[in-house]
Design a binder for this molecule. Structure first.
Ligand code: GLA
Ligand code: ZN
Length: 682
């Protein structure tokens, strides 16, 4: 059933009224109204205002702002302020402070200085979340609730305080039962690390989270214990988040979520984290000065909850910055385009960070939509233009959805295992998954990004980049998928380890040699001086390119070799294979490939799967997102180039933004976009 007018997408800004007096707030709200937005996100750092003294709640500073915004058609997302425990709380309970991998407690004076496992802090957090929800739960101007802010951000997701240490020991005990079992499954006999009892176990110091230093500049700790610590911390953060979720939901049915940080940067397993939240939400700060905006994080976002997602913080521009340097301003047109692109890629709500430049604090003078003097300039007008286009596109986007035939699989255990024991200096698991996404996009093929647990049957082609850790059940599902007629492409490292992060004493790819019809022989990293040429049989000819990251040699055992090393001592040895298995086909790629060759290989793979491409050709630098509207295709076309681009259409389309037919050559200005609907529009 088609959705109706009134179900508008939400577009707006983060806003900090706690910094301002009434006159400034009045000025800002008038500007927001002029912007044409319908959303403000507030409160995430304002615990000291919500509860200035223990147990004394105060909402009088925020109520009139919510009201005034609401009267101007702007709804609010109210955040719980737990990212910033106030001074009185830290003074009374210094034991709640976060302890980093060097054993140093993070003192009051920044943000996120708390331990998510600490029972005292959990209770204070529950209470403030409850107070906020009780006060705003049925306020018609409140649209939704955000829990905390960027859990685990800035190196705060791997606490090592005494509470965490003891809880980790209990977690291990519950998992392994006996210390003998833990010793066996973790291989602690290596370097004589056998434990006598759980009380001897320390959380590993070598963290894999961003923004933290290696405490010992090497990889000396047990990899199984390290992976369990990642899982334990991820679970603990999720537990902490869900305490607040339950406190809020006791008072309201309004959507409740939290803001994740991009793909996986803080090493919380977002597939699990969002199971109990209403919508996947994340923060994204793409470069708007150069290049294309990657839609890979959007595809990942759609896959977390199998639906639309929210962008609770989205880039607003340049100027000064928080991360040790300033940020470049957007290229003209890029901010407007970025907002519309996010909605086309599946966002249902976007809030730019943030409305107006701060004079004080750690983020003083930083980027915002409006400069410090409160005078609207080009970023403001671009946002205004985006808001106008979004009003026009709203129903078309609301009533359309993605129906992609190809999936790239993304997994947290493999991500963590590859950070714990990296295979090559320049290899990054998430980035590598993105390479497949991007080359498929260049072929005009729409891609979903999904977890290993997701149903595979609806996809014609499934791609599993570097799946270093695979459960036996997942291996069986992959075999079943191919047996039933699916086309699978896996890469190097498939099934190398089990769920305990232990190597398996079998031929690689472990448990999958029958599926791929190969065995892996030698393996090694690829460094600049050892990069080798790979020759690929494209089906109709030959293509050649250089390899990267990691190299495996393939010993065929039933499979056809369609790619070989060329021109070095491995001349003629297999590196890409193709195997028939049941009704389907399984490809194995034993190395990383430079972009053009990867694209050529993927063309062969998607053709094998009978995947539909675009009906028209698009130049480099232009991305097409294909959505379904009433069983018709809706082509959302974005020109990321600084020059105009043209697309030669093969038939007439309806141009949704202009409300007119378009035929022949469709032109896109620099940073322009076009929404073309096949037919069925009246
Ligand atoms: C993060 C935070 C915001 C702000 C921005 C600045 O995403 O959530 O509060 O600090 O970074 O880029
Ligand atoms: Zn702790």
């Amino acid at each position: 059933m088609l959705k109706e007018e009134g179900m508008k997408m939400k577009y707006g800004v983060s806003y900090y009224p706690e910094h301002k007096d009434q006159a400034e707030i009045g000025h800002d709200i008038a500007l927001m109204k002029e912007l044409g937005v319908n959303l403000a996100r507030m409160g995430e750092f304002a615990w000291c205002k919500f509860e200035p003294r223990e147990g004394e709640y105060d909402f009088a500073w925020l109520d009139p702002v919510i009201e005034q915004l609401g009267e101007n058609g702007i709804q609010t997302i109210v955040c719980t302020p737990t990212a910033c425990p106030p001074a009185w709380l830290v003074e009374k309970h210094p034991e709640i402070l976060y302890v980093d991998n060097r054993g140093v407690a993070r003192p009051f004076g920044g943000r996120r200085h708390y331990c998510y496992n600490n029972p005292v802090y959990r209770e204070y957090s529950r209470r403030i979340a409850e107070a906020v929800a009780a006060h705003y739960g049925d306020n018609p101007y409140v649209y939704a609730f955000q829990i905390d802010n960027e859990l685990a951000q800035e190196g705060t997701g791997r606490c090592r305080c005494p509470v965490c240490r003891e809880k980790f020991q209990r977690w291990l005990e519950a998992k392994y039962g006996t210390i003998t079992e833990l010793n066996r499954r973790m291989g602690t006999i290596f370097w004589g690390q056998v434990y006598d009892h759980f009380g001897q176990i320390h959380p590993p110091v070598n963290t894999i989270e961003p923004n933290t230093a290696q405490a010992i500049p090497a990889y000396f700790e047990n990899p199984s214990l390290r992976l369990d610590f990642e899982r334990f911390c991820s679970e603990s953060n999720i537990e902490y988040q869900n305490i607040q979720r339950d406190a809020i939901k006791a008072y309201t049915d309004k959507p409740t979520t939290t803001n994740a940080t991009g793909l996986a940067t803080n090493s919380i397993d977002y597939y699990r984290a969002f199971q109990n939240l209403d919508v996947y939400a994340f923060d994204y700060y793409p470069n708007l000065r150069e290049g294309m905006i990657s839609s890979f994080p959007y595809a990942h976002a759609r896959g977390v909850c199998n639906k639309d997602f929210w962008l609770l913080e989205f880039v607003s521009g340049g100027g000064h910055g928080l991360w040790g340097s300033g940020r470049l301003q957007p290229y003209p047109g890029a901010l407007r385009q970025a907002a519309v692109h996010a909605f086309a890629a599946g966002a249902d709500l976007v809030a730019h960070f943030q409305f107006r430049t701060f004079p004080f604090g750690a983020e003083q003078l930083n980027y915002a939509i409006v400069d410090i003097d409160g005078i609207p300039r080009r970023r403001f007008y671009e946002m205004q233009a985006a808001a106008k286009d979004l009003r026009q596109l709203g129903l078309t986007l609301k009533n359309s959805y993605f129906e992609n035939e190809v999936a790239v699989l993304f997994d947290y255990d493999s991500l963590w295992a590859l950070k714990i024991k990296p295979i090559a200096k320049d290899f990054d698991y998430a980035h590598f998954c993105g390479e497949f996404y991007h080359q498929l996009t260049r072929l005009g093929v729409g891609v979903d990004v999904i977890s290993f647990d997701h149903d595979l049957d609806k996809y014609k082609v499934v791609i599993v980049p570097a799946p270093m850790i695979m459960s036996e059940a997942f291996k069986r599902r992959l075999k079943q998928y191919v047996y039933n007629g699916g086309v699978l492409l896996s890469t190097f490292l498939a099934g190398v380890k089990n769920l305990d992060n232990l190597g398996i004493t079998e031929s690689l790819p472990c448990g999958l040699t029958d599926l791929f019809g190969i065995r892996v022989g030698e393996v090694e990293p690829v460094v600049e001086s050892t990069a080798a040429a790979v020759t690929l049989d494209t089906g109709t000819g030959c293509a050649r390119g250089m390899n990267r990251y990691w190299a495996e040699t393939l010993e065929p055992n039933g499979a056809e070799l369609i790619g070989t090393y060329t021109g070095n001592f491995r001349e003629g040895i297999g590196v890409i294979s193709k195997n028939s298995y049941g009704k389907g086909t399984a490809y194995y790629l034993g190395t990383g490939l430079e972009p053009d060759l990867l694209k050529t290989l993927l063309k062969r793979v998607v053709e094998e799967g009978g995947v539909a491409g675009l009906p028209f050709a698009v130049p480099e630098g232009v991305e097409v997102l294909v959505r379904k509207y009433n069983h018709q295709n809706l082509y959302c076309i974005f020109n990321f180039c600084k020059e105009p681009a043209a697309v030669e259409l093969e038939r007439a389309y309806h141009d949704v933004l202009r409300g007119a037919a378009v035929d022949g050559l469709a032109e896109l200005p620099p940073k322009g976009y076009l929404f073309l609907l096949e037919e069925g529009w009246d």
